[in-house]
Design a protein. Structure first.
Length: 346
């Protein structure tokens, strides 16, 4: 069966070929009723407008690049990517993931981008770009949107939570439960990028100090490298040992994300710590593991963040002015079974 041509669509809709082209590419100056008639004719005739031909005619690639640190499959990245895809795919955009493992892969992306001009917008997930790379994007004159980036600087719009402020609610909860010694645990691996989640440790310390905790009552367990360890669980065992063996032994612990919190609780229980009788633990994300473990945690919605970023990118690509380009989505504390009053001898 021969493929339907644009001329046949034009004849069926009673318009010119150029009108069909403009209508199906979403360009302005096409009467809404005419556009609908063209779309109906194209659908009836099973006409598929060539995206490459459309790109050549419009100067648009109909592609949006998404930069993700480390992997696509992580809980936050996969759900945020789904939100971006939902917002853009219905408007004909291909959403292309670019996984950035290290500075070299990030450099490679930026070295090829100016020559190719191969995307209409760039969306960056959770990590910051240095000034030189932000300048490259500015010179491309394509919108750059951040999702949970550490700051708004250099981005035309962002959709993010406030990682710093989000730590105040869990610290206040532990304080209200009578915990006099607190700890914050970062994810036990390192990344070459400045990520939004690293800001949470700063928020934890600030909140604790505002509530009157002294420096010797605030413990932080920084990110480490797995080198020489047989498994990730060795790292979690090491963290549990630090918490249990600390002279000030914290009874209230905040953790960078739920993935680490779940593994840490398992290790703490294994060495005889009762949760929450001996130690309360609070995660961050409210991912699929949190309700299974009955984990108290800070809830965020990455799918909604991605959807918001995609909609902002779409508006900027259309030349629209955003009324709220840097809006912050609130988080909420979810109380479950891993938090309770401080031990009586605390």
């Amino acid at each position: 069966m021969a493929r339907t041509t644009i001329s046949e669509v034009a004849k069926a809709a009673g318009v010119s070929v150029s009108t069909v082209s403009r209508a199906l590419r979403g360009l302005d100056k096409v009467n809404p009723s005419t556009r609908k008639r063209v779309e109906d004719a194209a659908e009836k005739l099973h006409f598929s407008f060539s995206k490459s031909a459309s790109s050549l005619a419009s100067g648009k690639t109909m592609r949006v690049g998404v930069l993700l640190a480390d992997r696509i499959s992580g809980w936050f990245n996969s759900h945020a990517f789904e939100g971006v895809y939902e917002a853009l795919s219905v408007h004909g955009y291909d959403v292309i993931p670019y996984v950035i493992w290290d500075e070299q892969s990030l450099d490679n992306f930026f070295q090829t981008l100016p020559g190719n001009q191969n995307v209409d917008a760039v969306i960056v997930f959770s990590f910051d770009l240095d000034d030189a790379k932000k300048q490259v994007l500015k010179e491309l004159t394509v919108p750059v949107v951040g999702v949970n980036t550490p700051s708004d600087d250099g981005y035309g719009a962002t959709a993010r939570i406030d990682d710093n402020t989000s730590m105040y609610a869990p610290v206040r909860l532990l304080h209200s439960l009578g915990h006099h010694s607190l700890a914050y645990v970062e994810q036990p691996d390192t990344s070459p990028f400045v990520s939004s989640s690293r800001i949470r440790s700063q928020g934890f310390v600030s909140a604790a100090r505002e509530l009157g905790y002294a420096d010797d009552e605030i413990m932080t367990v920084p990110a480490i490298v797995y080198t020489g360890m047989r498994s990730q669980m060795d790292a979690y065992s090491g963290i549990a040992a630090q918490l249990v063996g600390s002279p000030s032994r914290p009874t209230g612990v905040c953790v960078e994300n739920d993935k680490v919190a779940v593994a840490l609780v398992r290790e703490l229980v294994r060495v005889g710590v009762k949760i929450p009788e001996d130690m309360s633990v609070i995660g961050f994300d409210d991912d699929t593991r949190a309700p299974i473990l009955d984990l108290t945690t800070v809830h965020q919605d990455p799918t909604e963040l991605g959807r918001s970023a995609g909609n902002k990118a779409l508006a900027l690509m259309r030349g629209e002015t955003l009324s709220d380009p840097y809006g912050v989505v609130p988080t909420s504390l979810v109380l479950r079974g891993t938090t309770g009053p401080a031990p009586e001898d605390d």
